[in-house]
Design a protein around this ligand. Sequence first.
Ligand SMILES: *Cc1c(COP(=O)(O)O)cnc(C)c1O
Length: 419
Amino acid sequence: MSVIPSVHSSGTPPVDVLRHQDPELADVLLGEARRQADSLQLSAAENFTSAAVLAALSSPLANKYAEGYPGARHHGGCEMADAAERIAIDRASGLFGAAHANVQPHSGSSAVLAAYAALLRPGDTVLALGLPYGGHLTHGAPVNFSGRWFDFVAYGVDPGTGLVDYAQVRTLARTHRPKAIVCGSIASPRHMDHAAFREIADDVGAYLIADEAHPMGLVAGGAAPNPVPYADLVCATTHKVLRGPRGGMILCGGELAERVDRAVFPFSQGGAQMHVIAAKAVAFGEAATPAFAAYAHRVVANARVLASALAAEGLDITTGGTDTHLVSADPAPLGMDGRAARGRLAAAGMVLETCGLAPGLGRGLRLGTAAVTTQGMGEGEMRGIAGLVGRALTGDDRQVRAVRADVRDLTGRFPPYTA
Ligand SMILES: *Cc1c(COP(=O)(O)O)cnc(C)c1O
């Protein structure tokens, strides 16, 4: 089996090398490749990277230590590492129209940590979306560094519309005078109003940090509004809709570039992972193509069809639909909560996560169309998937087994990886 998304190209999987030297681990990796290929990847946070991204990840840059930044490293022999990072920086800046990009954060959370370090001091007040409404762990969770080191105040969403309550954001901002306001969500199927956030931040003299890990791939493809013109700092992951390697980045204007760079290295990280940075460069290059723009728009079109088809199956769709890759669905009308529904869907071969709906409303299902769209599925398949979800949630155990077989049929027609 190869690990090449069929929509990109084909080739030999790096894992083949392991088959002889370490059969025990090769079994695990090939088992994972099989799992990804014969179940439905409906997690909103996941995608299938291209052969080129995987090639960069398994390249000898993995061996290279390169603390510092291009042209100013603590290690020798960094000529090629410098070149890779410069390409990644240039491509990220160009793709999103940012004066500066830091491509070193090891993850989305590392990017947010560095963003806070660049602008804040421990004890500062930060206004962010509350966790029960879709705020990320790094937006003030008590179990996370953010909740321990900063004084987070939470805004919420309007219970009627499910959209951010901007009047509440303004009132809380005026009352608490935060040093920074964070916009961004792990559960919202709708766009943030960056201009409204900017206006409120300016009103109280706060920095605006956009944590847009989820939609940045859509932004790259012109299928979602770009936060870069509005936010002081934009944090993102590179592995969600953007379809690159696991990792993070920070975009900003030139005046904050040095503070951001120092907040990443040496403040919160050591040596950069140069093979991952090379893979980020590849992904940014892919994301700048017309083919990726078409992909990003298909992701949204698929999500819209999936949302309305799930509504027809009886699920309650948060905000009544979606503008993004993400669908938030409450299975309560079918007589179960998100956790129970997730278990049934897992048994039927459909992989997704639960998400908070709002305080008191429990947990719903979070689905995304980034991965299935990379596989080449379209609107007909989205209707089919909603039908499978409906059958798995309402049928008996025999039904669930029948759906499992139908999932295998469907995924068999859209292999993410071809030989
Ligand atoms: C995914 C996500 C993160 C964290 O990314 P990791 O790579 O898992 O650390 C942070 N913020 C938001 C809004 C996210 O969606």
